[in-house]
Design a protein around this ligand. Structure first.
Ligand code: SAH
Length: 343
């Protein structure tokens, strides 16, 4: 497979351009077309000679996302995209508007191997990793389509970022590059279902991004029932990695906790969770589980969620309930791709 132009750092691109027998400064121009102007084809690079454009097209891939479907929520302007990739696979991204700006939720893989029981992303199976350029293309394409500047990225779409570690790291360094999108590292969140070796690899990089952990249960008994990854790294091992992570980076960790009626939402669960998180630099985000028809799970009711929050707060744990956006457009990930596959 040919190398993807959009996935390369400037120095990689310079090497390639020299390899084509072209002067090195051309790489800067091309990089600027790719990441500042964010063009969607080589032919839009108008100060690059026709001959070099042809060489680029012959020798490299240009990963793109074409809009297969776009849904706009009538409630809150949330936009959901189903993108088609060059090889005909589909991925999803969601753009949300907050007071502080626009956030995009991007996918990191086509499908997912992790097998969480409540999650739609996993139902249609795993196909492949996305390249850094394909993750970037989601941001660039949405931004251009909506004529906005996207200031925040959450790696919370389809896929497990830690299972595509190197491409995700390349994506992060490209999107934060001041010669490109120049996004602030602090505006990036990376979410993992609890791949502990990935947490340690990320820790080494000491990035100022936000690490989110999809915890969803206070103990191994419940967590292993809903999240197969827990059989490899149990709750205690995961929380130890989180403590080590905050010690090394000084960054507060965000714990995601989907409230599933009768599964993980009792006062007892809240007490157990609170005790385990006590003393950590942490924040808990409760999310009424999104009901996916195949899973059979039901969301906890408002009263149950309020009780859960008040138990957590009684232990001094910072806890919020996530606002639901785009509920009319199936904005939670995995659902559109799955429907497309069924068609
Ligand atoms: N694989 C990574 C990135 C995906 S992020 C991870 O697991 O963190 C997607 C988030 O949505 C995760 O927190 C995931 O656990 C959560 N999620 C998946 N299915 C859900 C559902 N039906 N309702 C609420 N949250 C869900």
């Amino acid at each position: 497979m040919k190398k993807d132009l959009r996935s390369m750092s400037l120095s990689q691109l310079e090497e390639e351009i020299l390899g084509l027998g072209e002067p090195k400064f051309k790489a800067k121009q091309i990089y600027s077309w790719l990441h500042q102007h964010q063009v969607s084809s080589v032919d839009e690079m108008t100060n690059i000679s026709k001959a070099l454009r042809e060489k680029l097209k012959d020798n490299y891939e240009f990963c793109s996302c074409s809009i297969e479907k776009k849904l706009v929520s009538v409630y809150d302007d949330t936009v959901k995209y189903l993108f088609e990739l060059n090889d005909g696979e589909y991925i999803e991204s969601v753009v949300m508007k907050y007071k502080y700006g626009y956030t995009i939720c991007v996918s990191s893989q086509v499908g997912c191997k992790m097998g969480c029981k409540f999650c739609a992303s996993t139902i249609a199976g795993f196909v492949r990793n996305l390249t850094a350029g394909e993750i970037l293309a989601q941001v660039y394409t949405a931004q251009k389509d909506l004529s906005i500047r996207i200031s925040h990225v959450v790696l919370m779409g389809v896929g497990e970022p830690m299972d595509n570690f190197d491409n995700v790291m390349d994506f992060i360094s490209l999107i934060t590059d001041e010669k490109g999108q120049n996004m602030s590292m602090r505006n990036i969140s990376l979410s993992t279902c609890g791949v502990v070796d990935g947490i340690y690899r990320l820790m080494e990089k000491k990035l100022q991004l936000t690490l989110s952990i999809s915890l969803h249960a206070p103990n191994d008994e419940i967590r292993s029932r809903t999240m197969p990854v827990n059989n490899k790294w149990g709750v205690d091992e995961l929380l130890k990695a989180c403590r080590d992570y905050t010690k090394a980076t000084n960054r507060r960790i965000s714990f995601e906790y989907a409230m599933i009626s009768g599964v993980n939402d009792s006062d007892e669960c809240a007490r157990e969770l609170a005790k385990k998180l006590r003393g950590m630099l942490a924040h808990v985000n409760l999310i009424p589980v999104n009901e996916v028809k195949e899973t059979g799970y039901k969301k906890s009711n408002d009263e149950r969620i309020r009780r859960f929050v008040s138990v957590m707060e009684s232990y001094g744990i910072n806890t919020t309930v996530r606002r639901t956006l785009g509920s009319d457009i199936n904005a939670s990930c995995g659902q559109l791709r799955r429907k497309k596959k069924e068609e």
